[in-house]
Write a protein that binds this ligand. Structure first.
Ligand code: ZN
Length: 308
């Protein structure tokens, strides 16, 4: 048995994930993130996990979590291990929050969105030293040296605007819901995620998540932000913009469109293939250098990317 154990710990294994929120069914834009993260994991003999980000009940659609999983299966995107539901992990989020309180790295804040807008858009740390009461307060992280740059596998070196990098951001909202950035960092750490592959609309959360990884003393994963599918009206394909669900689209044609969008080579005989064969081909030929970089206009305002 011993040689096997030594082999298992000496080989750095890849763990990737796809983490949809059940605010609607999967659309073409989210399928790009699913396929991209799946191919990146499988091309490295890694695991591909699925996590349902269901910690924002007001934005959820009944039945959407199940519909998303059935759609992934329909596209032959089969995940490893058990699906993680964020709604079942709130005790863990509380545990980390109280740890941060003990270390005096978080504080309560009563400021409204309007007050922050009036102060210039970024939160200026108003409540940091005011010891405001806990009831109906948000919880913010004290950011003293936030993430100022990071490397993206597709976009290259990303320089972060100072105001964004240094902002004390929210870990728990005034309405009592856990913030996306808190839940995601704890989950990705606990699942041992080694690389996060997702849409370029999440570059800004990435900055905050790197800051939180560092505050918690956890090593951050690698990052890869995929280009976003843009509708003909210039809006990104998203649930908020009422992108059509892909549940009923033909599987092979849609997978081919996703691979084309990601700049990947297609086989000659694609019409004779099954979805499993096409995905197998895509895993073998997966080349991240062929993925187009995100178009300029949908970059978050505070982030400058330099491509080298
Ligand atoms: Zn405040």
């Amino acid at each position: 048995m011993l040689p096997f154990v030594i082999y298992a710990v000496s080989k750095m294994s890849y763990i990737g994930r796809f983490a949809p929120s059940p605010s609607g069914h999967l659309h073409f834009g989210s399928l790009i993130a699913a396929v991209g993260s799946y191919l990146q994991a499988k091309s490295q003999q890694g695991k591909w996990l699925v996590r349902i980000e269901d910690i924002d009940p007001p934005r959820e659609q009944p039945g959407a979590a199940n519909a998303i999983l059935r759609t992934l299966e329909r596209y032959h995107l089969f995940w490893d291990d058990e699906v993680v539901y964020q709604s079942q992990r709130t005790a863990r989020y509380e545990e980390i929050l109280s740890e941060l309180f003990k270390q005096q790295q978080v504080y309560y804040c009563h400021c409204t969105r309007a007050q922050i807008q009036a102060a210039g858009g970024f939160y200026p740390g108003t409540c940091r030293d005011h010891h405001v009461p806990a009831n109906h307060a948000a919880i913010r992280l004290k950011v003293d040296s936030g993430c100022s740059h990071f490397n993206d596998q597709i976009l290259g070196h990303i320089q972060v605007d100072h105001d964004l990098s240094q902002e004390d951001f929210i870990l728990k909202r005034r309405d009592g819901l856990f913030a996306y950035n808190l839940a995601v960092v704890i989950d990705d750490h606990d699942s041992g995620i080694t690389e996060i592959v997702r849409g370029a609309d999440l570059l800004e959360p990435t900055v905050r998540q790197i800051t939180l990884f560092e505050t918690l003393g956890w090593s951050a994963p690698q990052w890869m932000h995929l280009p976003l599918a843009i509708q003909s009206n210039g809006l990104k394909l998203s649930k908020q913009n009422h992108a059509p669900a892909i549940d009923d689209l033909p599987v092979m044609e849609t997978l081919v469109q996703v691979l084309q969008f990601l700049g990947q080579a297609l086989p000659q005989d694609v019409v004779d293939m099954t979805p499993t064969e096409l995905l197998q081909y895509a895993i073998q030929h997966w080349d991240i250098h062929l993925i187009p970089k995100q178009s300029q206009h949908s970059q978050p305002f505070a982030i400058v990317t330099s491509t080298d």
